[in-house]
Design a protein around this ligand. Sequence first.
Ligand code: THU
Length: 132
Amino acid sequence: MEPNELIQIAKNARAKSYSPYSHFAVGAALLCRDGTVYEGANVENASYPLCMCAERNAIYHALMEGKTSEDFEALAVVGDTDAPISPCGACRQVISELFPHDKPIYLANLKGDVMTTDSEELLPFAFDGESL
Ligand code: THU
């Protein structure tokens, strides 16, 4: 699947965001090696710390459908930002643990800007299970 197609799916997922507090809708799309794409959008709550980001929802969505990290091929994230959206620190930590370090992550905005990166670039010197 071409990056732009995955980004378009992330844009569509963004429409499912529940973000009445921030009014900042984010969409994500996680491509697996069997061609399945799992969507995620941010879901907020009046108890603000319970808000869940689009990226994590997409990854957890795939896990709940029986996929594992070895299945993950590419991740796209889209927000209405000036530059390509920058994932939050919590998502970087989760991506670092669950998304393969050698697979592409496409960060995009609604204007069509795209930055291609990977988990190690997003979170160098990550805390991981080896430290425990
Ligand atoms: N958010 C995401 O879903 N992903 C990001 O990469 C950045 C932030 C959400 C969390 C919250 O619902 C809203 O955007 C504002 O922070």
